[in-house]
Design a protein around this ligand. Structure first.
Ligand code: FES
Length: 274
């Protein structure tokens, strides 16, 4: 059993949870994920690790309530426990000193998993810029945390209530226009956002990594549920990823698969709520 040490609602329906998971914390690296289950009947929920502390053994996750499973997770209170917390899974981010600026782009709750990547990139000696996007200023998350581990942050909001009005790609273009020598961009967020960033950086010639979070069942490469098309190859996000070359991912196929599962999940949530 894994005890919830802290729970905080960062913005409506977006929760941060500290979990007591020393073995996961000890091995975790930026870019990896965990798979959790709330109870015996619960579905497996894959979540990219938002933070970890090897000394205290605490792992932090950030999630949005979008269906029955995440609703059940949000209902767990500090002091209570969940049954499974397996990880760290997947390949870690490639952390090294780059010849140029490293940019992390987080959209919505995708900001959370960019945090350990930004921190590790900074620790490796890079200049790190974070682009943080949200629909509106009230749902921006982890701004202070990101400021602490980066050289600069650029905020974009769809409604213009903070920072640049528009999408995260506007900020990418702004950096390119001012002559920032960008060595690599890591983009994490909704699939449509990652696709837009990849389309934009393909034109700009900037290497781009995206972190995919498709439906996962076993998280061990056995079920095939998380398959994604990357260039000519079929890859499993759980063992080959979750990070892939954003210029090679077939985002259209990924979006149609996600749409199918989201409809099923919403149906299940309605069933529970009504
Ligand atoms: Fe089953 Fe990746 S989750 S193969």
């Amino acid at each position: 059993m894994f005890k919830i040490l802290k729970k905080e609602e960062l913005s409506p329906n977006v929760f941060s949870m500290d979990i007591d998971a020393p073995r996961v914390a000890k091995k975790a690296q930026a870019g990896q994920f965990i798979v959790l289950r709330v109870d015996e009947k619960g579905e497996r929920i894959p979540l990219t690790i938002a933070n970890f502390n090897r000394e205290t053994g605490v792992v932090n996750i950030v999630f949005q309530v979008i269906g029955a499973s995440t609703m059940a997770l949000a209902a767990v209170e500090p002091g209570e426990s969940i049954i499974d917390f397996v990880g760290p899974l997947g390949q870690p981010s490639e952390i090294k000193k780059f010849d140029g600026t490293v940019v992390v782009v987080g959209g919505g709750i995708g900001v959370a998993p960019t945090f350990p990547i930004a921190r590790a990139m900074k620790e490796a000696g890079n200049k790190v810029i974070a682009i943080m996007g949200a629909k509106t200023k009230d749902i921006l998350i982890m701004e202070d945390e990101m400021k602490a581990v980066t050289d600069e942050i650029l905020i974009t909001t769809d409604d213009g209530s903070r920072g640049i009005k528009g999408f995260v790609t506007y900020a990418v273009q702004e950096l390119a226009q001012r002559g920032e020598k960008i060595a690599q961009i890591t983009a994490i967020g909704p699939v449509i956002m990652m696709k837009s960033v990849a389309d934009c950086t393909r034109e700009l010639g900037i290497p781009t990594v995206v972190s995919l979070n498709p439906i996962m069942v076993d998280g061990t490469g056995m079920c095939g549920g998380c398959r994604v098309q990357v260039g000519e190859e079929t890859k499993f996000a759980c063992v080959d990823g979750p990070e892939f070359d954003g210029h090679l991912v077939d985002f259209n196929a990924l979006m149609s698969r996600q749409r199918m599962y989201r409809d099923l999940e919403a149906e299940e949530k309605d069933h529970i709520c009504n």
